[in-house]
Design a protein around this ligand. Structure first.
Ligand SMILES: *[C@@H]1O[C@H](CO)[C@@H](O)[C@H](O)[C@H]1NC(C)=O
Ligand SMILES: *[C@@H]1O[C@H](CO)[C@@H](O)[C@H](O)[C@H]1NC(C)=O
Length: 278
């Protein structure tokens, strides 16, 4: 019997194995626990912070996108939030989540303003109160499209419901758990579900137009792209009376209203990284 591709069976097997690489249960646990730790520790405290749980559909979605090795947000992500992270020579998942959360120092919850020139959207997604599902995938990429550094790991996390809804704050400030939704109980400052959750089917339907991310040129081994803002689902008031159609691309930033270039991560994870692209 001949295989139509003409490739020997052993090659096909290896390819399949390589593509099926994904995070281990332990690694998923690190990512999930990291998120819930930072969510439980927000300051000022949150009245409505849901506990996150792992979602295998989001995981499969994130893994499939990670396989593509692209340094840009997934244009097919629909109503899912997304954080990206790239690192070499190893992938430190605890560090990745810590780094996203570390943008907290640039974010003013009172004013919902991010320090100009900085990014806050990874942080606001991590602590977005009603985001209660997360799934991530990772891939070792010899070349990531959009990053000059070679041989990096790419981490993709998708979230549901998505955070960073324009004009909204990540969470309601006030006494911990004082506004947990029905059916949830307070455990360690997080509103935890009392029933086993099922994967929401709405995750799979793409409904919103998502903005184009900014082009990035990272210069270090740990990098993350600008977050994109999800437009509000309510009807938007037109801001112009001109006769041309509204742009389908909303402002791609969280708070300052202007696209921001990639910001360097000041914390080098490993002193050993040999990466100085432009
Ligand atoms: C946030 O901004 C408000 C108004 O400008 C300011 O009073 C407050 O001190 C800021 N908070 C932090 C933590 O910087
Ligand atoms: C850098 O990494 C290489 C292998 O990746 C290792 O042999 C070497 O000891 C490391 N150097 C430092 C300073 O960590």
């Amino acid at each position: 019997m001949m295989l139509s591709t003409g490739l020997p069976p052993v090659f096909l097997l290896l390819t399949a194995l390589e593509l099926s690489w994904s995070l281990t249960d332990e690694e998923k646990r690190i990512i999930l626990d990291g998120h819930n730790k930072y969510r439980s520790q927000v300051s000022p405290p949150a009245m409505d912070m849901l506990k996150m749980s792992w979602d295998t559909e989001l995981e499969a979605f994130a893994q499939a996108y990670a396989e593509k090795c692209i340094w840009d947000h997934n244009k097919e992500r629909g109503r899912r939030g997304e954080n990206l992270f790239a690192m070499a020579p190893t992938l430190d998942l605890e560090f990745a989540v810590e780094d996203w959360n570390g943008e907290e120092k640039y974010y003013n919850l009172t004013t919902s303003v991010c320090v100009p020139g900085q990014m806050c959207g990874h942080y606001t997604q991590v602590v977005w109160a009603n985001t209660h599902r997360i799934g991530c995938g990772a891939k070792f990429c010899e070349k990531i499209d959009g990053i000059e550094t070679e041989d990096m790991y790419l981490l993709v996390c998708n979230y549901y419901p998505p955070g960073n809804v324009k004009g909204r704050k990540p969470y309601k400030e006030g006494p911990s758990c004082s506004q947990c939704p029905e059916g949830r109980v307070c455990v360690k400052s997080l509103c935890e579900s009392t029933v086993e959750e099922t994967t929401p089917t709405s995750v799979t339907t793409s409904t919103t137009t998502t903005p184009e991310p900014t082009t990035t040129s990272p210069t270090m081994a740990t990098v993350k792209p600008e977050l994109t803002t999800i437009p509000p689902t309510q009807t938007q008031v037109p801001t112009t009376s001109m006769a041309k159609p509204k742009p389908t691309v909303p402002e791609p930033t969280i708070a300052t209203g202007k696209p921001k270039p990639i910001t360097l991560t000041t914390a080098m994870p490993k002193p050993n990284t040999t990466t100085t692209a432009k």
